[in-house]
Design a protein around this ligand. Structure first.
Ligand SMILES: [Zn+2]
Length: 428
């Protein structure tokens, strides 16, 4: 199979020949009657998401492994990590193997289950981390995401435990007592609206503590969805010490701000903007962009969080927190980081494919598009302009904050080990 007329990382046009799921040749001018014409699209290694909520088992009304990975493929992803806050919680070898098996049977991309840190995400007792690591799912990323492992002793033990199998603890950094009942970012806007605020310090205090704990036990910490300028400073400091700390930012925290809660194209108090951690201020957005550009924040992760209509289209205080993100992630990153001159396409590939694969310890993903490497490839047309239409999403859920917005770029095709999962923007 040949994909012709593509520009790897935005370079000169070449053709890619694929044989047995592997890149067999990269050269200009290769052609064949049945070749797929990339029409000058940019070719990037298939994207890898370290933070996806697939909702199965338990909330198949919101998303399934099938629909969530269709959504991923449409976004250019070839691998996702499925968060553990399902029902039942993915806190045993049995549940992570169930999700892993669903992935093998029904998914359009690789599915790597994340294991819970504590039993039932309850923060009282460590889950069977070793059994999940040894299971068929070979779990390497552990997280109570949605909740914070706030007990310092449990967090220390988890960090110590995962060293045995080169795992990482991915923390949802949120001091629970400081955020109890919180509805949005604590600041000028929350004050005006009279909504209970979510102070930046609730995130920053846990990140600082966890960086110190990770250094103390010599383990690997990953910070989920960094959202404040102060968090960036702490992570920069931890990295300057040589500590093994990585961090992610979501596309929405790179683009949207908390004043949308007060005034937006879809009105005030629209729960489409309700998310955890909350949208912050313009100054936070600027700090997050700069941190992603300079490597302080390592990667972009979507925190794709599907919710059915009835859980989102309700009053602000009752609405579920979260946004879908897989199908718009690269367009939002183009808008926030590429159009602003902060990143080139090689930088995007690093932060949305190579580094997330490395943090998740996925040897067959995030590889450069070179001979001998697995043919995990996505083709992207950055010159397209697309109005976001949630009814066209493959996701079962529609809770996107970008509805009606015109975003740059379009995913043209996605190939998983040479097999097309998306062609001409449509699922195969
Ligand atoms: Zn989270």
């Amino acid at each position: 199979m040949i994909i012709k007329n593509v520009r790897i990382l935005g370079g000169e046009p070449v053709s890619i020949r694929i044989a047995d799921g592997v890149i067999a040749e990269v050269a200009p001018g290769l052609d064949a009657p049945e070749a797929i014409d990339g029409a000058g699209a940019i070719a990037l290694p298939g994207l890898v998401d370290l933070h996806t909520h697939l909702r199965e088992p338990g909330r198949e009304d919101a998303e399934t492994v099938r629909t969530g990975t269709q959504s991923a493929a449409r976004g250019g992803y070839t691998a996702v990590h499925a968060m553990a806050n399902t029902s039942p919680v993915a806190d045993t070898a049995g549940v992570v193997e169930q999700v892993w098996r669903l992935g093998r049977e029904h998914a359009l991309c690789d599915v790597h289950p994340v294991g819970a840190v504590t039993v039932g995400l309850e923060g009282r007792q460590l889950a069977e981390l070793g059994a999940m690591a040894d299971s068929a799912a070979r779990v390497r990323v552990f997280s109570d995401d949605g909740k914070c492992v706030d007990d310092a002793v449990l967090m220390r033990r988890a960090l110590e435990y995962v060293k045995a199998f080169d795992g990482v603890v991915a923390q949802h950094a949120q001091e629970p007592r400081l955020t109890s009942g919180a509805q949005m970012n604590e600041g000028v806007v929350s004050g005006r609206l009279g909504l209970a605020g979510w102070p930046a310090v609730a995130e920053e205090a846990i990140i600082a503590r966890d960086c110190l704990l990770a250094a103390h036990v010599g383990s690997r910490l990953h910070v989920c969805h960094v959202s404040t300028a102060g968090s960036v400073e702490i992570i920069r400091w931890a990295k300057s010490k040589g500590w093994n700390v990585t961090a992610e930012v979501t596309p929405h925290h790179l683009l949207l701000t908390d004043d949308l809660v007060e005034e937006s194209p879809v009105g005030a108090y629209n729960p489409i903007y309700k998310v955890n951690p909350p949208l912050r201020t313009r100054a936070d957005v600027e700090a997050l962009r700069a941190a992603l550009a300079d490597g302080t924040i390592d990667i972009v992760a979507t925190d794709h969080a599907p919710h059915p209509v009835e859980d989102k289209e309700t009053e602000w205080s009752a609405a579920a927190m979260g946004m879908v993100g897989l199908e718009t992630a690269l367009s939002v990153v183009q808008e926030a980081m590429v159009e602003t001159g902060l990143l080139d396409w090689a930088g995007v590939a690093q932060r949305m494919s190579a580094l997330p694969a490395r943090i998740g310890r996925l040897p067959g993903q995030g590889r450069p598009l070179e001979v001998g490497e697995p043919a995990n490839i996505m083709l992207y047309d950055p010159s397209a302009r697309t109005e976001v239409d949630p009814s066209a999403f493959a996701s079962k859920s529609r809770n996107t904050p970008y509805e009606g917005m015109t975003l740059p770029g379009r995913v043209v095709a996605t190939f998983l080990r040479g097999r097309p999962t998306v062609l001409e923007g449509k699922l195969v």
